[in-house]
Design a binder for this molecule. Structure first.
Ligand SMILES: C[S@@+](CC[C@H](N)C(=O)[O-])C[C@H]1O[C@@H](n2cnc3c(N)ncnc32)[C@H](O)[C@@H]1O
Length: 230
């Protein structure tokens, strides 16, 4: 199944909002670290419901944001939610693919992506595209929950028809550098909000042990890699 078919179905049955709720626990900490200044332009790759741009518009002086998504229904929902929110910045949602970013070279100040990068058909090409569209000194905040060290995420591929790339932290750093980005930092951002029941309630439907759930959320959390365009 294509990205379009898979994620249009998610948008149609409300899973875009479900993702937003789950991802917000760590995405908000990543967004708060982005050095967005007044007048900046920000790209959100795989924008889903578009919450990241609306949050940045609320908390920074950014003037323009583009949410790119391969699923037209996701982009349509994001547009609707954004109209309702009446953000201070000019936010637009475009349908496109991570392989060919529809932006001019050296045109964007920052890029963000949450739980989307690893769906790219060619993640190396996507990084080259990000490096191309960022202005010198522009940053790329790349956040993923599906990665090699997070053993608890490995089975996710079985439930989704789009191929997913599972890199470890070293591979992320190496790929960023190969694409010409400097690696400014890499970090695990813990999810401190997901409810973890007391030990005597395990096993649950999803978790054999409390230790495994603690490791997944409180220790591994979201892997963040930050690249800077030279
Ligand atoms: C798991 S969702 C995450 C959405 C949002 N960033 C969030 O945190 O909730 C991944 C999104 O990336 C989009 N996507 C996946 N592969 C893509 C590709 N190759 N090009 C453009 N968008 C893609 C999907 O349509 C989907 O909306």
């Amino acid at each position: 199944m294509s990205v379009r078919d898979e994620f249009d179905a998610w948008a149609a049955d409300g899973r875009d909002k479900g993702m937003e709720e789950r991802h917000w626990h760590t995405a908000k900490h990543v967004l708060a670290r982005m050095p967005v200044e007044d007048g900046d332009t920000v790209l959100d790759l795989g924008t889903g419901s578009g919450y990241a741009l609306r949050a940045l518009a609320d908390t920074t002086g950014m003037s323009r944001g583009y949410g790119l998504d391969g699923a037209p229904e996701m982009a349509r929902n994001a547009r609707e939610y954004t109209l309702d929110a009446e953000p201070d910045a000019d936010l637009g949602f475009v349908v496109g693919d991570f392989g060919h970013l529809p932006f001019a070279t050296d045109s964007l100040d920052h890029a963000f992506t949450m739980e989307a990068f690893y769906y790219s058909h060619d993640p190396h090409q996507t990084l080259e595209e990000v490096a191309r569209v960022l202005k010198p000194g522009g940053t790329f905040y790349c956040a993923v929950n599906y990665y090699e060290e997070n053993l608890h995420s490995h089975a996710w591929q079985d439930n989704i028809s789009v191929d997913m790339t599972r890199w470890d932290a070293d591979e992320y750093r190496a790929a960023f550098r190969e694409a010409g980005l400097h690696v400014a930092e890499q970090d695990n951002v813990a999810d401190r909000e997901v409810d973890i029941p007391p030990a005597d309630e395990f096993p649950t439907d999803s978790w054999e042990t409390r230790e495994a759930m603690v490791e997944r959320y409180r220790e591994l959390g979201t892997l963040l890699t930050v690249g800077v365009a030279p």
